[in-house]
Design a protein around this ligand. Structure first.
Ligand code: NAP
Length: 478
């Protein structure tokens, strides 16, 4: 077999499953390879691209979302095709891809949430933060969810950046939210929200918070909400003080500065309050039919034996009255059909991006690669995915040169598209998406908002179809 990628008759064909940041950075690295003739087909189960940039990044963070301009350039490269509304595992199996591609890169992210494992966790009114985020961002699978915003007191469990996003969205004024691309149904629901008290609960201390500096700073700049930090909450235990004194973690030290400033600030009388509590863990959600309160235990910090500090419960308990709970303790990856999975970590086992049959002592699966959160777990910011995807593609390119990729019998786009059509899959191209994108922005402009998202898959497919028919009529001079 001649090495694929050396001529236009015999390009390297790569399928990327998932169209979030890690998938796009993998595509970019393939495009950058000097002299490589490559065809990159990117699949997403949604008709819209960009993964968590569209469905995860908070609507009031438009600057972060502007990274899609970079992805649009990658998509405009002649090597690239987008196939939206195509689901791996149902519309296409791994065996189908093995017929048409030399390599597959899984870039599916982490699609579910970690659990607390406490009694009452599944009571009505207790939700994973991931679902609330997907709901307010207009993710089609979550648009029908309901959150009881008639509750006045809410708890957000966890103190990472997702917890900050959720707390902010609950605390924002409607005027602030109206300037964003938040889903229109979420804007309506939040306009009637009665939420005034938002507890933010960290199981460890202020120095161990997982949020970053801009996020904690932003919380102190809300139009309608005061931040409340009791002086006891920010007094450090001797172990944390020693860590602070070593001066190694600048982010943690700065976080503490903001929290100390909030502790000094008098209340300004804004209608909502964001109340930080540290060193507490929920042990039970209490309620007959729905959440009525949360029992928490006070923790202390102890050496975790790995150079860090972990929370250990004491015998002091407290009950806080909350009617709504958002569990923001991290995302978790889901297994893909026919692809190895390491259940304890919720990730695909790999060696520098090469998928392994199992984590310890596993063999590489020829042709299979992994990037992003499903590779390394749900951590880091968007930019973290760039070096991560580069590492994986470099492994792929090494394997290409060593003749270790798959040898597909029918490596052509036409064959892939025929397969999709034969199966009745109504796939969406990148041009179709650009049309939807333009419509969303036009709808937004009419109401002075950046965009109004489509959130219904059928509606999107219908609009795309209508547009295609119009264009073909025009082309035929009709
Ligand atoms: P995260 O940063 O890992 O934070 C998870 C939080 O949950 C931590 O405070 C953790 O505490 C806590 N936690 C875990 N298990 C718990 C339990 N059983 N009980 C109580 N608390 C528990 O995760 P994330 O907030 O989901 O964010 C995911 C990634 O996306 C992060 O890297 C984040 O920075 C990134 N992100 C970035 C932005 C942004 O740049 N603006 C926005 C959103 C998300 P411990 O530390 O004690 O484990």
């Amino acid at each position: 077999m001649t090495m694929p990628g050396t001529s236009y008759h015999h390009p390297l064909r790569v399928a990327i499953i998932g169209s979030g940041p890690s998938g796009f950075y993998a595509a970019a690295r393939l495009q950058d390879e000097e002299g490589l003739i490559v065809e990159i087909d990117m699949f997403d189960r949604l008709p819209t691209p960009f993964g968590l940039v569209r469905g995860g990044v908070a609507p009031d963070h438009p600057k972060i979302k502007s990274v899609t301009k970079v992805y649009e350039k990658i998509a405009a490269h002649p090597s690239f095709r987008f196939y939206g509304h195509v689901e791996f595992g149902s519309d296409l199996q791994r065996a189908d891809l093995a017929r048409h591609y030399h390599a597959i890169i899984y870039a599916v992210g982490a699609q579910t949430d970690r659990r607390l494992g406490i009694p009452g966790e599944d009571l009505a009114g207790s939700h994973p933060a991931t679902e609330f985020v997907a709901w307010y961002n207009g993710h089609p699978d979550y648009r029908h969810l309901q959150f009881d915003l008639t509750q006045e007191s809410v708890a957000v469990v966890g103190i990472g950046n997702v917890a900050m996003d959720v707390a902010r969205i609950l605390a924002r004024s409607i005027a602030e939210l109206r300037q964003t691309d938040i889903a229109d149904y979420a804007l309506d629901a939040l306009a009637h929200s009665k939420v005034t008290t938002i507890y933010i609960l960290g199981r460890r201390g202020p120095l161990q918070a997982a949020f970053t500096n801009p996020e904690i700073k932003e919380l102190g700049e809300m139009e309608e909400a005061d931040v409340v930090v009791g002086p006891d909450e920010i007094s450090l235990d001797p172990l944390s003080q020693a860590i602070l004194d070593r001066g190694e973690d600048k982010t943690a030290a700065k976080n503490l500065e903001y929290l100390r400033e909030y502790a000094r600030r008098p209340l300004s009388g804004k209608p909502k309050r964001l109340i930080f509590r540290f060193l507490v863990s929920p042990v039970e959600l209490i309620g007959t039919h729905r959440v009525e309160a949360m029992k928490i235990v006070k923790n202390e910090l102890v050496d975790d034996g790995r150079g860090g500090l972990k929370a250990r419960p004491t015998d002091q308990f407290e009950t806080i009255p909350v009617g709504l709970v958002f569990r923001s303790v991290g995302y978790r990856g889901l297994a893909l059909p026919g692809v190895p999975f390491h259940e304890p970590w919720g990730t695909i086992p790999h060696d520098r991006g090469r998928v392994l049959t199992q984590l310890n002592g596993g063999q590489p699966v020829p042709g299979d690669y992994v990037v992003g959160w499903i590779k390394r777990g749900p951590s880091g910011i968007i930019g973290t995915n760039k070096p991560d995807s580069i590492e994986t593609v470099e492994s792929l390119l090494e394997d290409l040169k060593a003749g270790k990729l798959m040898d597909p019998p029918d490596p052509s786009r036409a064959a892939l598209e025929r397969l999709l059509r034969d199966r009745g899959v109504r796939y969406v191209t990148f041009d179709d998406w650009l049309y939807l994108d333009q419509l969303e922005q036009q709808r937004g402009q009419a109401e002075g908002r950046p965009r109004i998202k489509f959130t219904d898959v059928e509606e999107m497919l219908h609009l795309v179809e209508e547009h295609k028919q119009l264009i073909s009529k025009q082309e035929m001079g009709g």
